[in-house]
Design a protein. Sequence first.
Lengths: 331, 353, 286
Amino acid sequence: MVESLVNSPDTSETPPPVLKLHRQFSLARLRESIVEWGMFLCSSLSILVTAAILFVLLIETVIPFGGVKPFFGHVSLWEFFTETRWTPTFSDKHFGVLPLVCGTMLVALIGALVGLPLGILSAIYLSEYARPKTRSIIKPILEILSGMPTVVYGYFALIFVTPYIVQPLFHSFLGWEVDSTNALSAGIVMGIMIMPMVCSLSEDAIRAVPRSLREAGYALGSTKYDVSLKVVVPAALSGIVAAFLLAMARAIGETMLVAIAAGNNPKLTINPLKSIQTMTTFIVNTSKGDTPSGTIEYQSLYAVALCLFVITFTMNVISHAVMRRFREVYH
Amino acid sequence: MISPADMNPPTSTVVNNELRQALTRKSAVRPAEVAFSFLCKSAAWSSLGILCVLVGSVMWKSWGYLDWQFLTSFDSQRPELAGIWAGLLGTTWMIFLTFLTAIPIGVGAAVYLEEYARDVWFVRFIRINLSNLAGVPSIVYGILGLTVFVRMFDLFAREAIVARLTGHIVEAVVILGVEIPLPLGTTLAAGALTMSLLILPVIIVATQEALRAIPPSLRHASLALGATRWQTVRYQVIPAAVPGIMTGIILSISRVIGETAPLIVVGAVGFARFAPGKIGSLSDLAHHPGGLLEAPFGKYTVMPVQIFNWVGQARQEFQGVAAAGILVLLGLLMLMNGVAIIIRNRYQKKLRW
Amino acid sequence: MAKAFTNLMNDRAAAEREKAGASGSPDAGGEGQIVRRMKVETRKLNFFYGPSQALFDISVQIPEKSVTALIGPSGCGKSTFLRTLNRMNDIVEGARHTGEILLEGINIDGPEIDVVALRKRVGMVFQKSTPFPKSIFENVAFGPRLTGVSDRRELEEIVSTCLKRAALWEEVKNRLTDSAMALSGGQQQRLCIARALATNPDVLLMDEPASALDPASTSRIEDLIFELKENYTIIIVTHNMQQAARVSDMTAFFYQGHLVEMGQTQQLFTKPREKHTEDYITGRFG
């Protein structure tokens, strides 16, 4: 089918210039591969960091290292998870992590109760109702709130929320006893802290819902209310769930806010007006004092950190899996 | 085609009253609808209210404490004399040292993932791992830094591996005249290394986004000219992505400025009456320039740790000092964000794809 | 080096003119009297994107110092074919091919072939002009710099030679330090051509170089192509059949990944051998 119109062989007078296409060893080529390997190592470092975290947490708790008996060699898992007292620094030592987990969850749950509705409603407002101008005001405010150092949130809970909101409401009005550091204030401010995160992640999810779906809703004569609540939010639900999980993980891992505002008192209670201690508070307060390594107090730091890591990591992994699934649906 | 004139006139003149009513009737406003839109609106605007109350209450508390003396003094047991100078210097050092290690590694990793990596399981694993690392609580990084940098697995302790192998206890190495303690202990260097691990995922993700914003046509044009992959990245892609990368980096500086918990774990001092490397002023620097090399291997404090320390003080006056510290911290953050916005706007105008 | 480079270019041009004069016909579109070496050749080239095949058994021979136009409806594989010739498809994940691609008889797929060296010999101009966000000077100097030319004088000489060859010199000679992004679309495209010339290639691949330009700029580019073929082997993908007829010596018609017909442009447009070709050039489909 193809016919070449010039079929005579090479007859031009000048000899063809020598083509130099062959690979040659050169410094440039060597540099190329060194650079590539270097950058590959940089990106592998992130895996090394994960591995190092696991290693560090496990050598003090599970794996005997350097002849030192690890934490769970002294304390049984059963005791760790069922004992209701946490007194590693007292002479009468008890290692029950429940009070810490309970305190952590109490604050995180209050945070979720405050932050989740605030965040999701704002996300609906920003994506469905708000004009571009309004968005351009509210978005930066949310960014400022999410970039706020958590020490500031802790301070805010301690010097404003507790004395001017929680105490008047529950102590002066209802007559209940309120500690000066308590889970409720910390939880409320935790909600404020996670709200921007919930909002921006939910907004992403809501925006990923295709326009056709909304239009179908409107074409059936639905109002904005119907469309947002009955079409958009259900369609974005798994994205919102992922946002919720990420925000909870963030709340559980948050340190300074609870260290300042929630107290330092490991007590198994669900009364949010009491001073409690979270896992993170225990770590930050115990490591502040120069606990000598090898002692069981020191190891208990790692046991709590391991517990914290497992909880947050699981939530993160689930949330990312949910989010990936959600993205696959709409892309 | 039927022209309007062909249409049957009588039917069009008869007004369908039922239809008109249906179309013109104001549908009843459901209370739930009003309530819902009001809820959404107030939730979104509450952020503004919260921000105002937060900043307002801090300002009110700080009244009388934030002054020039506060900015330029070291800490003190007396609230009226306490200052944040040590924290300011420490935070500056922390930013500098953190980015000294984090930028090359973070940008390198991002360039590899965006420009070199093929879609193989290992690379996918790195990507997933990165997003999970970003969710690890910062205090866990503190524990990591405590073990790896501050104590170095106790390898240098009495009767540990190094002592047994070398026959004597190693306490420091001297490199280029600078004594580096081993293990690093609660030094600025240990803090900065911990911090750079913490912000590495942030920098990588920001750089990846900046690189993704560079159109592939730029890379193709360069490759078609016979540039190698690295030449393409080095001379075309990275220069074009610099504004994006800078914005990401400056935003992660905010994270470094505000991060507290891991630094407490790796031993930042709460009460410090000294500057890193004993360089507290320009004249100190002139008399003792070697301090610049000593600073990373000495003790330090940073602003948020100082603030945390003040908040925990029994005397009520220190709450005011803490508030003043918070205002300085927030001012610095605003400054950083402002710079980021300026860079972004400036280069966006210059570069249009 | 720059001297040598310019000399080389001039020598080539001179030799070409001599040859054209000797054979008595400067018209490359004549009935095959001009004897030329084959510059680019493919044999049984099959190309795949992952599981789907984009090119089927393409065998072509392209003589040196001529313009070959590749035409066909969009998605017919002509761009893919073009990009195999300087192995730009290497960077597409999942792309692979079988068959041979020869540059002056050398198989460019061999493991011993340096793809970077290949791309310096086989330049490419894209559909969308892709100036680097740098100055005009730096755009053209980029290629020579890669090969290690760092002397400012040499670079200046190369830049001016290439800009002259790309017919852009007069318009930009007083603002070489301005950003290339500030040029008009047509100027940007000519800058890209100048930039490609600066690596001293002998084959130029052009992927619809004028499709995004206004008619005036298009005709400047076409004139330029006509001038450039004195020294370069040019392969151009185009949508526009008038353009193919105007600028090319040979035309290849691609359809659904097959090479339907290839021949002298005049013949292909006036007396196509294949029904498909006729339908396409008379506008019955595509």
